[in-house]
Design a protein around this ligand. Structure first.
Ligand code: GDP
Ligand code: IMO
Ligand code: MG
Length: 427
C-alpha cells in the first residue's frame, strides 16, 4: 500500500472531509494537494464540528504528518486563522508541512476575484471570492509569490516588485480603483511569515521519503471532478485540477505510487455557484432536500442547489480519474423519498448521450433521461452492515455502481465518523 487519493467526483461538497477523517486514522501522512481556501471540509468528531479550508483533515490524527503540497494556493491569513481555531491540537511545524512551491494567495488576489466577478455581471461564475482564480493566473503567468519566498524577507521585497507593478496597472487602469501599497503588503507578509516559515520545506522530498519507508499516505482532494479546469463544466469551474492528475502534479508523487483512487459521490448531486446543472430537482423538492440535508456551503454559507444523481457526469468523472473504488455519501438523505430518480443518460436532438458534451451551450440543450426507483422509506443512519440495508437501498446502490463503473466500497449514512457501511476495505 502506498498512496490512496480521495477525490470529489461531482461539483464538490460530496463529503470528502468526513471520509478523509474516517480513513486518516490508518494513514501516516495526509496530503492536501489542490485548490485553496475555497474548500470547506466538514469533520464531526469527538472534538466537535469543524470546517477545514486549508489544513488537511488528517490533523485530527495526532500521530500523522500533514502536508499542504505544491498544488495548493495557500492563503496564509486563512491558514493562520484555522490554526488558531485548532490550537488545542498543538500543530507543530513537524506535524504540518507546507511546500515551498505552494503559490501564495495575496490580499490583491481576493480583491481581483471580486472585481472580476463584478465585471462578469450576469455571467459571474459565483466563485467563493477566495482569490483562487487570480492566484492560479499569476502562477501560470509565472509572476506568483511562493511559500518559499516568505522564508527570506530580504529578497521578498524585490520579488514583490514585478507582480505589484502588474497588479497595480490592472487595478488603476482596468478596474479604475486604488493601487496596493507595497509597504503595507510587505509589512503584512513579514508578520505572517514568522509563523508560517518554520513549516515550509521541500515537501516532494518528504513525501518521497515516506513512500520509501512504506508509510501509508492519504491524498485529500478538494472541490470535485466536475469543477476541474479541463474536464469540468467550463467556464463554470475552479482554476485547479481536483482529480487524479492534480494529485500527481500537486504533490510530486509519481504515477506508480498512487495505487487507489477513490471517487466520492453524493447519493444525489449538489452545486453551489453558477453553471449548468442538468438534473436540478423541481423547485419544491430542491428546497426540501436542501433544508433536510443542510445543503449550505461550508465556506460561504450559500445555498447549494440539489439535483438527482447524474449518470453522464459520473461516467465522465470515472473515465478521467480512473476510480478504482467509489464511495456514496449522504445516502441517508434519501431515506424518506418516495421515488428516487437517476439520470441514466441525456438526449440531444433525439440521440442518446452517455457522456456530457464539452460545450456549455450544447449541454444546456441536453435533456436528462431518468429511471425511477422506489424509495426505501426507512432510516439507514444506524446501519453499519450492507446486508442489513433495506433491499430497495441495495438496489439503488447497485444501480449507481453500474453507472459509475467502479466498485462502491463504502457508504456514508450520516455526518459522524462511525456512520458508515464498509463494503470492502480500501487497503
Ligand atoms: P466536502 O467539501 O466534500 O468535505 O463536503 P462538505 O463538508 O462541504 O459538505 C458535506 C456535508 O455533509 C457536511 O455538512 C457533512 O457533515 C455532511 N455529511 C457528510 N457525510 C454525510 C452523510 O453520509 N450523511 C449526512 N446526512 N451528512 C453527511
Ligand atoms: P470543497 O473542497 C463546492 C465552486 C464555486 C464556484 C466555482 C469557482 O469544499 O468540495 P472558485 O472560488 O474556486 O474560483 O469558484 O467552484 N467551488 C466549490 N463548490 N465545493 C468546493 O470545495 C468548491 N470550491 C470551489 O462555488 O462555483
Ligand atoms: Mg465542501
Amino acid at each position: 500500500m502506498v498512496a490512496i487519493a480521495i477525490i470529489g467526483a461531482q461539483w464538490g461538497d460530496e463529503g470528502k472531509g468526513k471520509i478523509v477523517d474516517l480513513l486518516s486514522g490508518k494513514a501516516q501522512m495526509i496530503v492536501r494537494y489542490s485548490g485553496g481556501a475555497n474548500a470547506g471540509h466538514t469533520v464531526v468528531n469527538e472534538h466537535g464540528e469543524f470546517r477545514l479550508h486549508l489544513v488537511p483533515v488528517g490533523i485530527f490524527n495526532t500521530n500523522a504528518t500533514c502536508v499542504i503540497s505544491n498544488g495548493v494556493a495557500l492563503d496564509p491569513e486563512s491558514l493562520l486563522e484555522e490554526l488558531d481555531n485548532l490550537d488545542f491540537l498543538n500543530v507543530t511545524p513537524e506535524r504540518l508541512l507546507i511546500s515551498d512551491r505552494a503559490q501564495i494567495v495575496l490580499p490583491y488576489h481576493k480583491l481581483l476575484d471580486s472585481l472580476e466577478e463584478g465585471r462578469r455581471g450576469d455571467n459571474a461564475i459565483g466563485t467563493t471570492l477566495r482569490g483562487i482564480g487570480p492566484a492560479y493566473v499569476d502562477k501560470t503567468a509565472r509572476r506568483g509569490i511562493r511559500a518559499g519566498d516568505l522564508k527570506d524577507l530580504t529578497t521578498l521585497r524585490d520579488k514583490l516588485q514585478a507582480p505589484l507593478n502588474y497588479v497595480n496597472s490592472l487595478l488603476t487602469k482596468v478596474y479604475e480603483t486604488a493601487p496596493i501599497s507595497e509597504d503595507e503588503l510587505y509589512e503584512n507578509l513579514s508578520k505572517i511569515s514568522q509563523r508560517i516559515a518554520p513549516h515550509i520545506v521541500q515537501t516532494e522530498l518528504v513525501i518521497h521519503e515516506a513512500i520509501q519507508q512504506g508509510k501509508s499516505i492519504l491524498l485529500e482532494g478538494a472541490q470535485g471532478a466536475l469543477l476541474d479546469l479541463d474536464f469540468g463544466t467550463y467556464p463554470y469551474v475552479t482554476s485547479s485540477h481536483p482529480g487524479a492528475g492534480g494529485a500527481y502534479q500537486g504533490t510530486g508523487i509519481n504515477p506508480s505510487n498512487i495505487d487507489h483512487v477513490v471517487g466520492i459521490f453524493k447519493a444525489y448531486c449538489t452545486r453551489v455557484g453558477a453553471g449548468p446543472f442538468p438534473t436540478l430537482m423541481e423547485p419544491d423538492f430542491d428546497a426540501l432536500i436542501r433544508e433536510k440535508a443542510g445543503e449550505y456551503g461550508a465556506t460561504t454559507g450559500r445555498p447549494r442547489s440539489c439535483g438527482w444523481f447524474d449518470g453522464p457526469m459520473a461516467r465522465l468523472a470515472t473515465l478521467v480519474n480512473g476510480f478504482t473504488s467509489a464511495a456514496i455519501a449522504r445516502l441517508d438523505v434519501l431515506d424518506d423519498v418516495e421515488k428516487i430518480k437517476i439520470c441514466t443518460h441525456y438526449e440531444l436532438d433525439g440521440e442518446p448521450l452517455l457522456y456530457p458534451p464539452s460545450d456549455p451551450a450544447t449541454l444546456e440543450k441536453c435533456k436528462p433521461i431518468y429511471e425511477e426507483l422506489p424509495g426505501w422509506k426507512g432510516p439507514t443512519s444506524n446501519i453499519n452492515n450492507f446486508q442489513d440495508l433495506p433491499e430497495l437501498t441495495k438496489n439503488y446502490v447497485n444501480r449507481l455502481e453500474e453507472i459509475i463503473g467502479a466498485p462502491i466500497d463504502l457508504l456514508s449514512v450520516g455526518p459522524r465518523r462511525e456512520q458508515n457501511i464498509v463494503i470492502r476495505e480500501f487497503s
